[in-house]
Design a protein around this ligand. Structure first.
Ligand SMILES: [Zn+2]
Length: 154
């Protein structure tokens, strides 16, 4: 798909060393627009939308906050740790505001799988349907989010 100039500028900001050391694209050589379109199709195939995925990420992050940086048990079968690191990050898509560097680790004890995401991940999924490029340290596979966070279609 053809990439707009604006989208190209966003992709530039996602390179390593601009907003974060590792950037947001990993080893993904695709255009940003193609990354977005493919993940959007993946999510739609599961009959979900980015908002419901992000909503569940927020819910579990909030449930884990009271552990103050330690793993705590969260019903029905999770251990969640929320670490706040000093500092804030802007969104590479250029909308106003900055996001605290919060890492949420969710362990699903039922299927023994774990996933880590940041507040910026939540925002980028919610507002832009962006899960990062393949090979990026914070790439989140929509399918992993769905299975680890038990996201169901209502
Ligand atoms: Zn944004």
């Amino acid at each position: 798909m053809k990439q707009t100039v604006q989208m190209k500028q966003v992709q530039e900001k996602m390179k390593p060393g601009i907003i974060t050391r590792d950037g947001f694209l990993g080893t993904d050589a695709r255009n940003l627009i193609d990354i977005l379109v493919e993940d959007d199709a993946l999510v739609k195939r599961m009959n979900l939308d980015h908002q419901s995925i992000a909503q569940r990420m927020i819910e579990l992050r909030d449930a884990g906050l009271r552990g103050l940086g330690n793993f705590i048990s969260v019903e029905p079968h999770y251990e969640i740790r929320v670490d706040s690191v000093r500092g804030k990050l802007p969104c590479p898509f250029g909308d106003p505001g900055v996001f605290p560097k919060t890492n949420t680790v969710v362990r699903n004890l039922e299927n023994n799988r774990e996933i880590t995401y940041t507040d910026l991940n939540i925002h980028m999924i919610m507002a832009h349907g962006f899960y990062e490029g393949r090979g990026s340290p914070f790439r989140l596979e929509p399918d992993d989010l769905v299975h680890i966070l038990d996201i169901t279609v209502d």
